[in-house]
Design a protein around this ligand. Structure first.
Ligand SMILES: C[S@@+](CC[C@H](N)C(=O)[O-])C[C@H]1O[C@@H](n2cnc3c(N)ncnc32)[C@H](O)[C@@H]1O
Ligand code: SF4
Length: 461
């Protein structure tokens, strides 16, 4: 691996890189990024795209549950605080109606291999809600035996009863939000969660037979220190999670106004963020976790680590995944779907989403059709994000193009090679250890949409 043979340089060098290459860029969970979606793609286009799907090809589902018991001030997700279970059950009923509309538009009962429940806090769904939802899913779709069914969950509200019900319906993986267990950090972001709550959640999931456990950790939060984060990691590792996502806090108060409740003066600066990220990564790798892509770690025998090893790793709206299905159908407020023809996004407000359903319309508000050029560039960007490197000749071959198609991009890459952020062998480029924090900078070289809208994104480093 070229990356391993390139020793990292010091902080002075890092600051030179920052001055030249830092900026803003999408997280590239899709290409083109969601900021490019427009109302030109609406329910009619979606209906046509759905009708054209191959009824024999397996698909994936994403269901968004936009409710939480509390509002964590750092949170960038589309969610709101709800303390009334009836409102959640009403939402589930609307999800069922959305599936009825989809049933009408799809060319058959499509096989499903991956289902992901995101949020918000999907473990706020009651046993009855889960029964309604899984009943509707299995009615409209043919859930394959052994399908991966994963759920994002808040450990502080996870009950043993929920674990049992989830396991009963086939849930096989749960991602628990940990972030940071230090009370000073927790009170600076309004998220109190004890180690005991986390342990009880893990124990109840395992007791119910849900063996695959992911933890979400964050760096770059207010009041965070390296020693405190390492202490969090050491405690978390005593529970032996299968995967860990280590997210850099994205401070985007223009998109998530409640983030203004975080005191900007309490946030670590860029050096502080790097110290946190580096120390956390080092600790996780020393504990035997394989580093994957930008921000994931997994035990060697976990399917994500195996997929990274065999170059089968993919990236979608949920981040890094083993899911290879070309079609992802999104359900619920603000959820994004990917079809071979392009991307679609549901209405972001619950009222607009529900109004569409009441009127018998698929609740799509925007999207984008993709062409061969988007697929080509999306392939390069996904390959870079998954493997920290790309063989441009191979990608050109897959998309019936020659290297001449990428003349300005290769000039930009030569600059990155010269500065030591990339290593090059022939037309294969690999991100060096120095280049790792600038991976999105490298991806942005291939992004033809970015220049007009870069200000909307989070900082790269
Ligand atoms: C949709 S949340 C669901 C987790 C669950 N509700 C909980 O809080 O435990 C998934 C993860 O996104 C991450 N996250 C949320 N806001 C973020 C932000 N602004 N920047 C980076 N990561 C963020 C957190 O690590 C969180 O656990
Ligand atoms: S981090 Fe989880 S619990 Fe907190 S507001 Fe976001 S989705 Fe809700």
């Amino acid at each position: 691996m070229l990356a391993a043979s390139t020793p990292p340089r010091g902080r002075a060098q890092f600051h030179r890189y920052l001055a030249k290459y830092d900026g803003r860029a999408p997280r590239y969970t899709s290409y083109p990024p969601a900021t490019e979606f427009t109302p030109e793609v609406g329910p009619e286009t979606y209906r046509q795209w759905l009708a054209e799907l191959d009824p024999g090809e397996a698909i994936s589902l994403y269901l968004h549950i936009p409710f939480c018991k509390r509002l964590c001030w750092y949170c960038g997700c589309n969610t709101k605080v709800v303390n009334n279970q009836a409102l959640i059950s009403r939402y589930v009923e609307s999800l069922r109606e959305e599936m009825v509309l989809l049933d009408d538009a799809l060319p058959g009962r499509l096989p499903v291999k991956f289902i992901h429940f995101g949020g918000g806090t999907p473990n706020l769904l009651s046993r009855d809600d889960l029964t309604t939802l899984f009943g509707a899913i299995r009615h409209v779709f043919a859930v394959a035996p052994g399908a991966e069914i994963s759920v994002e969950a808040d450990p502080s509200v996870l009950t043993p009863q929920w674990s049992t019900a989830a396991a009963h319906h086939g849930v096989s993986r749960v991602s628990l939000g940990v972030q940071d267990l230090n009370p000073a950090v927790q009170s600076a972001v309004n998220r109190l969660e004890t180690f005991e709550q986390l342990k009880a959640a893990v124990d109840s999931l395992r007791a119910a037979g849900i063996a695959a456990i992911n933890f979400d950790l964050m760096y770059g939060l207010p009041k965070q220190t390296v020693a405190g984060l390492i202490h969090t990691i050491d405690r978390a590792l005593t529970l032996a999670p299968n995967r860990i996502a280590l997210f850099g806090y994205a401070h985007v108060p223009w998109a998530a106004p409640h983030q203004r409740l975080i005191q900007a003066t309490d946030l670590p600066d860029t050096d502080g963020r790097m110290d946190l990220a580096d120390a956390a990564a080092e600790r996780l790798m020393a504990a035997g976790y394989v580093r994957i892509g930008m921000d994931h770690f997994a035990l060697q025998e976990d399917p994500l680590a195996k997929a990274a090893h065999s170059r089968a790793l993919r990236r979608n709206f949920q981040g890094y995944t083993t899911d290879p299905c070309p079609t992802l159908i999104g359900l619920g407020v603000s959820s994004i779907g990917r079809l071979p023809q392009g991307y679609v996004q549901n209405a972001s407000s619950e009222i607009a989403w529900r109004t569409a359903l009441d009127q018998g319309r698929l609740p799509i508000h925007r999207g984008i059709a993709i062409d061969a050029e988007d697929r080509f560039r999306g392939d390069i960007i996904e390959t870079l994000l998954c493997h920290l490197g790309v063989d441009l000749e191979a990608v050109c071959g897959r998309h019936d193009r020659t290297l001449d198609h990428l003349i300005p991009e290769r000039v930009a890459l030569a600059d990155l090679v010269h500065d030591g952020l990339l290593a090059r062998r022939g037309e294969t480029y690999h991100v060096t250890e120095d280049g790792r924090p600038f991976l999105r900078t490298v991806c942005a070289v291939f992004d033809t949409y970015r220049p007009e809208s870069a200000q909307q994104y989070s900082r790269i480093v």
